[in-house]
Design a protein around this ligand. Structure first.
Ligand code: HMG
Length: 391
């Protein structure tokens, strides 16, 4: 491992939606045994955006506390990763840049590769900081996951944004070299441009994920990475929290590393608490896992954390980070817990109406009623233009 330059995550903040649908409510509606959700896939509830929320409002809400704490003087790049983009041409990050009042001397770009995009953004950010250690990069992952009503994927929906400030001498986590990377052309999950919900072959997607874990780990090992036993915890992409357990057991088995249930729970347990309540937040999921780990676990100072990022289609990356001494003073634990606790419980009918809501494509004036109590909202569509405002 070349630990040459300490570059990594200096601050991390997340935001989620106004509403929450519990799996108990979903189970009662669909006649499913709730244990399938609570135990079988490891999910308790899913975040549901209000009609005036989307990936932009969540991204701005996640990033605003970072700008408030550090200012924007050193941020010259904003990379927003998403697979639920609001425009085919304009980067969603430009709306966020505007809502946050960032300087015009900033480059803003959007990245996509399913749930993997934020890890590409993080690695690109590390590269930019290597080039100029005085600069910081604002990396944002923001997504709303949507499957068809009544489909097996419905129980794995969710929404959240994670914002990370990447810079030299980070206060939270140093990102290590090397990375193990893996790409395979598979159709396990995808969303053609004309669809608002994803298409997925559920069981195929699980196998593709496990193959990618193996492939990324193989490359990580060949690049001279750490041994499995060196990690204190592993943050996996969590389409549902049980997937982290499947992936980790697969990895340990592949490595011939014996671990009992207690050790596995110790490696993963803290990383799943936010995801179990939020659902699949696609690009944000792995980093919501990191937020939960840092917020919930006992002192992690100096410990190595393994990250496995997976995006269907598929690309995966395994890399390591080390937790920085003093990190606890920089956490946003209270705000994170409040973001989850403040969501308003909705019934199935309300969730269904929100799920089915879409804007007319006629270029008319379509204001959205005020709903969210978050800091930013989408005021409506006017002449095909999305209008955002502070609440
Ligand atoms: P399903 O097929 O309805 O569920 O949906 P199942 O029958 O496989 O059951 C799920 C688990 O619950 C099983 O456990 C059952 O045994 C258990 P397992 O055998 O897997 O350990 N179960 C119960 N447990 C307790 N009490 C009960 C009970 N009943 C059943 N009564 C599926 C599952 C994952 C297929 C579905 O949710 C789905 O299609 N999800 C969307 C796709 C997905 O999340 N794939 C994951 C890998 S791909 C990925 O991570 C990328 C992604 O994030 C997208 C991106 O990259 O952009 C999705």
């Amino acid at each position: 491992m070349s630990g040459e330059a300490a570059i990594g995550i200096h601050d991390l903040s997340f935001a989620t939606t106004q509403y929450v649908l519990t799996h108990a409510t979903l189970a009662a509606e669909t006649g499913t045994d709730v244990a399938k959700y609570h135990v079988g896939i490891g999910q308790r509830s899913m975040s549901v955006p209000a009609a005036d929320e989307d990936i932009v409002t969540m991204a701005a809400a996640a990033a605003a506390p970072i700008i408030a704490r550090h200012g924007a003087d050193r941020i010259r790049t904003v990379v927003l990763a998403t697979e639920t983009s609001v425009d085919q041409a304009k980067a969603a990050g430009i709306y966020v840049h505007s809502l946050l009042g960032l300087p015009s001397a900033t480059r803003v770009v959007e990245l996509k590769q399913a749930c993997y995009g934020a890890t590409a953004a993080l690695q690109f950010a590390v590269g930019l900081v290597h080039r100029d250690r005085t600069q910081q990069v604002l990396v944002i992952a923001s997504d709303v996951s949507r499957y068809e009503l009544g489909s097996p994927g419905e129980a794995t929906q969710g929404a959240a944004a994670v914002a990370m400030l990447v810079g030299a001498d980070p206060a939270l986590v140093r990102i290590e070299d090397p990375s193990g990377v893996f790409t395979a052309d598979v159709m396990d999950f995808w969303r053609p441009n004309y669809r608002s919900t994803a298409l997925v072959d559920g069981q195929e997607s699980i196998s593709a994920y496990l193959q990618a874990v193996e492939g990324a780990w193989k490359d990580y090992t060949e690049q001279g990475g750490r041994e499995p036993g060196e990690f204190r915890a592993f943050c996996y992409h969590q389409p549902f929290t049980k997937m982290a357990y499947k992936a980790h057991k697969h990895l340990l088995h592949h490595c011939g590393h014996d671990a009992d249930e207690g050790e596995i729970a110790r490696s993963l347990g803290h990383t799943t608490t936010y995801n179990a309540d939020v659902g699949n937040s696609y690009t944000a999921s792995t980093y919501l896992g990191l937020a939960a780990l840092l917020d919930d676990a006992d002192d992690l100072t100096g410990e190595a954390i393994g990250f496995l990022s997976y995006g269907s289609g598929s690309v995966a990356e395994f890399f390591a980070g080390t937790v920085v001494p003093g990190y606890r003073a920089h956490l946003r634990t209270e705000a994170h817990r409040a973001a989850i606790a403040r969501r308003q419980d909705i019934d199935y009918a309300r969730y269904r109406a929100l799920h089915e809501h879409s804007f007319p494509a006629d270029g008319g004036d379509h204001p959205v009623p005020r709903e969210t109590t978050g800091p930013y909202r989408m005021a409506g569509l006017l002449g095909h233009k999305r209008i955002y405002e502070p609440r």
